[in-house]
Design a protein around this ligand. Structure first.
Ligand code: FAD
Length: 567
């Protein structure tokens, strides 16, 4: 039996669900297959970054995330300590998510919502579209590419019966051990083993009443050997995740190791129930290519990172959004032959930057082990110990700040070198890490500015290209309208006489792509409007090698080888 679909997505983790939802939202039919049954037994991600929340806002599901059952008043503090009943060395305070304020650069704020709450939200979003088909218990076995199709062989996990799904495009969102990547023969580069870690999810309803450190999101435990353990509050109630950082001579941990670690962390025996155990290897890897022909990959299938910085799923969400509008444009026939090639060119350098930053954060977290072992006095009561703890704790607090403030990564990623972005000749702004300064330079995320009617500029973007005409004397943009119409590129014109928008965007004409990145800007109509439109729709030749090969994971060793709106 053969079924047909424009896009076959393999793997219904957060990235597959988001891509299916984005395509559904764009009116594109797709089929999403998942070999599991959708149950999240061991939630991994729990921090939804501010850019991902901006996507949720675009999709109309930000309130679903806000209303997730993670308690809004659960403090999000990060605490470093010798044990829960021992000495506190320092703390970075953050309020519960209901009380956290939005950064000035965004209409949204990040949210603490773990995967077993977020996946169902994405599932609800994706399956709200009748043209999105989601099949659980269906596994991709293999696929073949033909000139105009991909033929996938899938197996019903329950019955073992195989069938064929024919698709115009196939996207592997099938995680770190991606079958799609393996079948394409694409290798990953970087560091395949940063740490060997054992994650344990346990239930303990009265956890915070057993010690004097109060409710917090993450506890980082520092022993005589340095950083050895973390515990995070998974659901802000009764479930916690303990992560034991392995050492070169001990890479896996038995149940008795786990129970000993819990006792040491608490400083005394206590009652708890172990719910699941996951041994995992923390990696710093990026795929050497993001696809071949009609087959692409996104999410963990192409980048594996230390979770320190929450740049795993959040980077994958950006992949899904970059790929979603491009697949739509290809399937609707409004783009040039090279639009999809720009996917890897735009996204791979972001992955390289993000996995590298996450490893740097990991090194910071492990600095008490690798760089500055705690002095023995740190563990001794009394004034001398207090002084040592204060100095050491303040040092660690400063070190760890890099991880808590990362909007330069979450919001500041740019496609400066993209072949489908028309440069405006201005110098590239500095690359930011902790801070983020908005810019409307082509390639950047289009800035957020509140509009007089209470909307954000970000609310204008998503469905099509948007041409902003800014200021009292904005040019008519007739040439750009004619060029887009001639190519069948959907364009919405938005005329805004709001000084704060002109100030943020710096030009009177700004063309914003459906993913919310600036494609082109100027104060006057381009001399050759068709050339600009052909560039941004991928109708000009692309040299993939020139853009991609210069981006390498540091220390990389081969591993596994037109409507109109006036506001
Ligand atoms: C401890 C920990 C904490 C983390 N915290 C965060 C965080 O706070 N924020 C963040 O952004 N990231 C975080 N991450 C990373 C994040 O969890 C991952 O980046 C994210 O889950 C990747 O999503 P994905 O959809 O690409 O892959 P996955 O979540 O791995 O999903 C892939 C899916 O594909 C399915 N599949 C695989 N092969 C096939 C096949 N052949 N056929 C059909 N289906 C298949 C699998 O069953 C799976 O459901 C964390 C990771 C860890 C380990």
């Amino acid at each position: 039996m053969t079924t047909d679909t424009p896009v076959l997505i393999v793997g219904a983790g957060p990235i597959g669900l988001a891509l299916a939802g984005d395509l559904g939202w764009r009116g594109i039919s797709c089929t999403l297959i998942e070999r599991g049954d959708g149950t999240v037994e061991h939630p991994k991600m729990d921090l939804i970054g501010v850019r991902t929340m901006e996507f949720c806002r675009r999709w109309g599901i930000a309130n679903w995330v806000r209303d997730a059952p993670y308690p809004g008043d659960y403090p999000q503090d990060y605490v470093w300590l010798t044990s829960l009943t021992g000495f506190e060395l320092g703390r970075e305070r953050f309020p519960g998510r209901a009380f956290e304020t939005r950064p000035p650069q965004s209409p949204q704020k990040r949210e603490r919502v773990p995967q077993d709450m977020f996946d169902p939200i994405l599932w609800r979003f994706a399956t709200s579209f009748a043209h999105v088909v989601l099949e659980y218990g269906t596994e991709l076995i293999d696929f073949e590419q033909e000139p105009h199709r991909v033929r996938a062989t899938v197996r019903d996990v329950a019955t073992g019966v195989t069938r064929t799904i024919a698709a115009d495009y196939l996207v592997g969102t099938d995680g770190g051990s991606s079958t799609v990547r393996e079948r394409l023969g694409i290798t990953m580069s970087g560091n395949p083993a940063l740490t060997y870690t054992t994650n344990v999810i346990f239930r303990c309803p009265d956890f915070s009443s057993l010690h004097d450190k109060g409710k917090a999101y993450r506890f980082i435990f520092i022993g005589r050997e340095g950083t050895w353990l973390t515990i995070v509050a998974i659901n802000g109630a009764d479930r916690f995740r303990m992560s034991i950082v392995g050492t070169p001579d001990k890479v896996t941990h038995t149940e008795s190791d786990i129970r000993a670690a819990l006792r040491r962390a608490m400083g005394k025996d206590f009652d708890y129930e172990i719910l699941s155990i996951m041994h995992w290897v923390r990696r710093e890897l990026v795929a050497d290519s993001y696809g071949r022909g009609r087959v692409f990959m996104a999410g963990d299938a192409v980048h594996l990172t230390s979770p320190t910085g929450a740049l795993g799923m959040n980077t994958g969400m950006q992949d899904a959004v970059d790929l979603g509008w491009k697949l739509e444009a290809v399937l609707r026939g409004s783009c040039g032959p090279n639009l999809l090639r720009s996917y890897e060119i735009e996204r791979r350098p972001v992955a390289v930057r993000n996995v590298t930053a996450s490893t740097e954060n990991l090194k910071r977290m492990l600095a008490p082990r690798a760089q500055r072992p705690p002095p023995p006095e740190l563990f001794v009561p009394g004034p001398r110990g207090d002084a040592v703890r204060k100095e050491y704790g303040e040092w660690y607090t400063q070190v760890m700040r890099h991880e808590w403030f990362m909007n330069g990564y979450h919001l500041g990623y740019r496609y400066d070198e993209s072949p489908i972005v028309w440069p405006d000749g201005t110098p590239a702004p500095p690359i930011e890490t902790q801070t983020y300064t908005q810019t409307a330079r082509p390639g950047a995320r289009a800035p957020h500015v509140w509009l007089p009617d209470g909307r954000s500029t970000l609310d204008l973007y998503g469905r099509s290209f948007v041409l902003l005409r800014l200021g009292p004397d904005a040019p008519s943009a007739a040439g750009l309208q004619q060029a887009t119409a001639a190519c069948g590129v959907p364009l919405e014109i938005v005329t805004l006489d709001a000084p704060q928008v002109l100030e943020a965007y710096q030009r009177r004409l700004v063309l914003v792509r459906p993913d919310g990145h600036v494609a082109w800007r100027d104060d006057s109509e381009p001399a050759d409007a068709r050339a600009v439109i052909d560039c941004v729709r991928g109708a000009r030749p692309v040299s993939i090698g020139a853009h991609v090969r210069s981006e390498r994971v540091p220390n990389a060793a081969p591993h596994e080888r037109a409507s109109e709106q006036r506001i």
